[in-house]
Design a protein around this ligand. Sequence first.
Ligand SMILES: Cc1cc2nc3c(=O)[nH]c(=O)nc-3n(C[C@H](O)[C@H](O)[C@H](O)COP(=O)(O)O)c2cc1C
Length: 356
Amino acid sequence: MDLELLYDQGSTMFENVRKGPPKFSKKTSEKIESLINEIDRLVDSGAFLESDFFGKKIGLPFGISAGAAYGSKFLGMYEKLGYGFLTQKTVRMIRWEGNPMPHVMSVGNGDYHSGFLKSENLTTALSNSFGMCCLGPDFWEDDLRKFVKGSKVPLVLSGVVTKPQDREDVIHQYAELAKKAKDIGAVAYEANVSCPNEMEGHSGELQDDNDLCFDIVRESKKAGINVFIKIGFRENMEIFVEKVGRVVDGIVAINTKSAQIKDEKGRFAYTNREKAGVSGEPLKTYAENALLNILKLRSKMGYRFRVLSVGGVTKPEDVRNRLNAGADFVESSAMAMLYPPLALEVKKLLLESSLK
Ligand SMILES: Cc1cc2nc3c(=O)[nH]c(=O)nc-3n(C[C@H](O)[C@H](O)[C@H](O)COP(=O)(O)O)c2cc1C
């Protein structure tokens, strides 16, 4: 598998948004073209794939999670790469510089307990620590509204709050972002209550407050839009699902898990911080366990929300396995950023299965 990162690690996120994604290598472009031809042939021979994504027909139940795509240039690329739905990387109500560079790096050996080693080469694991930088609504509202008008796939807007004054302000900020999501034409709004890269007091990780999560979803739904909640790995989800599952349209699980990232000399690899969120391969088992856990609780409680499984997808079979396990939809960020043909390979696999 030839990895090539669809993001310039040496530039800020704002600069990446301005430039748009890097061009694919010749080999990758050829692979993409050949997959598109194979998919066309499968469709001609009767293979069929269609799902309902919150009232919109989609051609693949596999999408981009909040992370890989910020702004219309990246979203447009992932649409062309065959993803069935797209989530815009988390936005805020204001412009926000986030954490100092670097923001993204590959990691190699390690685990969540002992930490990971920065890798000079691309691997199937990425760490990131943006601090959810945001170009501000002046940029993203117009940019995304235009994208929605010209796009055929549903958009999900992910939002987070900034320096809230108090509990009411947290709920208010999430609800205001839900209104903006509705206004730009997004199909769903995702309340991100699980970012591990926020500095203290800036409210990244609110997920342990079950009552607050319930109120965030309930108030956001007043915008008249489908509301998702994005959570990280939790050992015990019973009370969360019992409360939030009553009102939410989709649970997205899981966000990155935080771990120390060091370079080969043992120094912390990110400026001013020890930890970053790790995604990709090392997250796989956590994401699979979270999926099974949520599905079990949903069934026990008789709820109807959808489950969007994300974390550690590295090959097409992972998507098929998650769907077979009961996920309504599957998403990716790390591998989507690292392996451009991923969605087309998933589509080919699922189309082939539809013929059997
Ligand atoms: C570069 C990068 C940036 C991310 N930014 C966000 C974000 O802004 N909001 C969010 O909810 N999750 C963010 N994530 C987490 C992903 O959406 C996803 O939950 C996590 O990476 C696990 O999926 P994966 O293993 O397929 O990457 C980011 C992930 C990556 C790799």
